[in-house]
Design a protein around this ligand. Structure first.
Ligand code: DX5
Ligand code: ZN
Length: 215
């Protein structure tokens, strides 16, 4: 069964506590937080101080997506702020530093995710997949909400699902009523939804529908 994680990037940042309550009331058990450093991606969002405040305002699990050039420099701060799961981009870390990065995140006691840009072939990174809690495929170029789903990424989702039947596969970007049935059929089981959740007239109904979509 797929799980929906609302992406707070599409929320009203002046009313974060209300928006978090709206996610919980709709039935979400976790929210996705997009951290952008204006270097790895051409946008700037939030950092550990805001995540600490979010942590105090909700019991929802915090799934933190670090779109940062040097994620390990700040990982401890993000963990201390209350992140339950920290996802780093393979493009930022590189093969050479991957082992240390995974060990570093494990030492912080959080769950670990690896994220892939749409043009990064995950097969070159399969050797790390047994060591992480999930992988996340960007189905848009990261940086902004509200972009169109890139269908070519479906091949990567299918290849990963074929090789790793039990690994949680998260997808992020342009995930909505139109794209969910296909990407779930491909093997994705954690759906990051920004606009599709927050701009739906009935987010609870959207979440129920999405979580009922079968493989
Ligand atoms: C984009 C972010 C996403 C974004 C998705 O770089 O990583 O999490 O919020 O937004 P939607 O669902 O609107 O495409
Ligand atoms: Zn994200």
């Amino acid at each position: 069964m797929p799980q929906v994680l609302p992406s707070l990037l599409s929320a009203d940042f002046a009313r974060l506590a209300d928006e978090l309550a709206r996610c919980a009331a709709a039935g979400a058990t976790a929210v996705h937080l997009d951290v952008m450093d204006a270097h790895f991606v051409p946008n700037l969002t939030l950092g550990p101080p805001v995540i600490s405040c979010i942590r105090k305002a909700t019991k929802l699990k915090l799934d933190v997506h670090l779109m940062m050039s040097d994620p390990m420099r700040y990982a401890e701060d993000f963990r201390k702020a209350g992140s339950d799961l920290i996802t780093i981009h393979v493009e930022a870390v590189g093969q050479r530093r991957m082992e240390a990065a995974i060990a570093g995140l494990r030492a912080l006691g959080c769950q670990v995710g690896l994220a892939f840009n749409p043009d990064t072939d995950p097969r070159l990174w399969f050797k790390w997949f047994d060591q992480v809690d999930l992988v996340m495929f960007m189905t848009v170029y990261p940086g902004f909400g509200g972009q169109a789903f890139i269908p070519e990424v479906r091949d990567y989702v299918r290849a990963t699902r074929a090789r790793f039947p039990k690994l949680p596969i998260q997808v992020d970007g342009g995930i909505n009523r139109e794209t969910i049935p296909t990407i779930v059929a491909d093997g994705a089981d954690r759906l990051i939804c920004g606009n599709a959740f927050f701009h739906d007239p009935d987010p609870a109904a959207f979440l129920r529908w999405a979580e009922g979509v079968g493989r």
